[in-house]
Design a protein. Sequence first.
Lengths: 420, 314
Amino acid sequence: MMWTWTRSRTCAVLAVIAALVFGAWPASAQEPIKIGFGMALTGGLAAGGKSCVIAMQLWADDVNKKGGLLGRKVQLVYYDDQTKGATVPGIYSKLLDVDKVHFVVSGYGTNLIAPAMPIVMERKLVFPALFGLANNEKHNYPGYFQIMPAGPRPALDWTNTFLEVAIRQTPKAQTIAIVGADAEYPHNAIAGMRENVKKAGLKVVYDSFYPPTTVDFTPIARAIKALNPDIVFVASYPPDTAGMVLAAHEVGLRPKLFGGGMVGLQFAALLTKLGPKLNGIVNYDFWVPEPTLKFPGIDEFLKRYQAQAAKEGVDPLGHYLPPWAYSYVQVLGQAIEGTKSLDQQKVAEYIRSKEHDTIVGKVKFGGNGEWAQSRVLQVQFQGIDSGDIAQFHKPGKRVVLWPEKFKSGNIIYPYEKALK
Amino acid sequence: MSGRAFAVAAVVVIAGGLLVAGLGLNQYYYFAAYVVLQYVVLATAWNILGGYTGYVNFGTPAFFALGAYTAVVLIKWLKAPLLAQLVAGAVVAGLLGLAIGYLTLRLRGVFFSIATLALTVVLQTMFVNWEYTGGARGISLARPATAPFYGSYVQFVFAVMVILAVLAVATAWCIERSWIGRGFAAIRDNEEAAECMGVPTLRLKLLATTVSGMLMGLAGAPFPFYITFVEPASVFDLNYAVNSLAMPMIGGTTTWVGPVIGAVLLGSAQQIATVTISSELNLLLVGVILVAFVILAPEGIVGLVRRLSRRDPA
C-alpha cells in the first residue's frame, strides 16, 4: 500500500515536471482565452448593448462547442460602462491589469470607444471596435479595426449612398433639404452630406439642426414643405425619427425622396410603431433579410439570437447590431486561429492583411481600420400594411437599392407613389 | 485638530500619495483612486456652499465641465501644460461662481437650487453648439507622450489629484476655522439675523460661490488628460451633482472631514460596484444610503459619531 502510494506520487511529480519542461499540459487544463470589454448595459445605449452581449455570448458558445480557440475555451469578461465615457479607462485597466484578459474589444458606440483608445494604444493592443464613427481618424492606430461598414471615409461614404440612389432617378432631383438633431451622429452625417451635395450639384433649400429635446416636429416638417424640396435628408436618433416620420405624414410632406440617415428604422420597436407610414422611405441600413444578403450562418444566428432576445426583452429582430457584434469577435477568433498565437501584433497583422468570412459577409479592413470599401445599404420600405413584426422577418419589405451588388429590388419613385 | 496637526497630516498624505504614484502599481488602482479623489474635491467644494452656507447647489456638473472645457481649449489652442490648465480651470469656474452668486442673490432655498440646475442646462447647450471644443460629438485629445516625474500619465494625474484633494480639504479647513466659516454658519442658520448682527452676508455668499466653483473647476481641469475624450454628455453628467451632494450628506456637512469620509466611502463603494455587481445597482446604492442617512443620521457619520460619543458615560 505504502509502496503504491509512493510510486503514484512519484509518477505525478514526474508528470508535472515533464509538463513544465515540455509545455505538455493537456488543452482542457489550460486557462481560457479571456476577451474583455466594457458594454452599455445601463444608460442611453443599454438596449443595444444588451443585444450585443447576447450576440457575443452566442459566438463564445459556438467557439467553445467546437473546442475553443487554439484548444482553449473562450471566456468573455465584461463590465457595464453605464453609457458613460468616464467609466471606460477604469474598466479597461481593470480588464487588463486585474482580470488579465488576453484581448480587449470595444464597447458599443463612438463615445465609448474613444476613451479606451489611449490605453489600447499605449499597450499596443489589437482593438476590434463596434459601431464607432471615425474614432481612429486622428490616431491612425494600426491595431484598430471597426466592424460597421461605413467605409474608409465614414462621414462622406455613409451619406453618399443616399445621393447615389437619388441621382439615378427621373425626374431628376434639383433641390434638397437637410435636417438633423443637434447631436454627435447627425453632426457627422450632415457634415458629410453637405460635401456630397456640393459634388452632386444639388441646391440646398433648407439646412438646419433641431435641439435633441424636440418633441413636436410639425413646425419643422411644415417649414420644409413650404420650400418644396425634391429630397429631404434626415439625420436623426430614434425618438426624433419617429417624430419626423409622423410629422411628415401629418403635414403631407411629399418630396421625391425622403429619409437617408434616420437611426431607429432598423429596430423592431419603431418598425412596428410606424407600420404603413414607413412605406416609401429610403434609409440606410447594414443588414436586412433580403436574398442578396443571405450570408452563411446569419439565419441560424438570428434564430438563436431571437429566442434569447425574447427572454431578455431586447430588440426581437436583431437585424441591426447583433450580427455585427457577433462578427467583430468572429474576426478576432479567426485571427487567433489563423496565427495560432495570442501575440497582439501578429493577430493585428492577420486582421489587416486578410479578408474574413463572417455572418455579415466578407470583411476586409482598410488602412485606417475602417472597411476598405463602404457597404452602407440604402433600403426602401415597401408594401408594409400593418405594424405586425412578423412581416419584417421576411424579404421584400426593406428592399435593397444600393449598392448594386446587393440590390434586391427596384425603387418606387417618387416617394408619394409608394404611399398609395 | 490643531493647525500644526492638520499641516503634518496634509504633508503626510501628499508625501504618501506621491510615493504611491511612484510605485508603478497596477494602473487600475490609480484610475479608481483618481475618481475617489476627484469626488473628495467635488464633495468638499460643494460643502463650502451647501454645507457651511446652506445653499444647496445642483450645478456641480456646470463648474466641473467648465474646468474640463477650459483645459480642452488650452490644450487645443496653446498645447498648455497641466499646471496652466489647472490654474485656468479654477479661475474660469471661480468667475462663473462669482457671476452666479450675483445673479442669484435674491434666490434662496429651492429657487436657488433650481437656478443652479438651470445653469448646467444652459452651459451644456452652449458647449453642444460650440464647434471649437468638438460640439455635441465631443473631442479626442492626445496626452503628452511623456509624463513629468512619473513613468505614465495615469500615475501623474493621480499624483496631481492627491495634491488637489489636500488643497481642497485645506481650504475647507481654513474656512471652517476662520471668521469666514463662522459667517457662513450664521448665513446658514438665519441670514436676516446674521445681516442684522453685522455679518457681511452679500460678500460672504459671493466668496462661498466663488471658492466652491473654483474648487469644482479645479477637479474638472485634469479630466481631459485623464480620459482623453471630452463630450458634453459625460462632463455635464447629473451624477456629479447627485454624488457631490450625497457624499457630504453621508459624511456630515458641518465639518471639513464629513465630505472626505462620504467621498471615500461612497466613491469606493461605487468603484467596487461598477466591476462587481450590476451598475444598475450603483445609483440605487447612492439613493438607498442617502435616504438611510437622512432618516437615521441626519448629521452624517460625523454627527452620528459625535452623538454616540456624547452618550458614552466616560
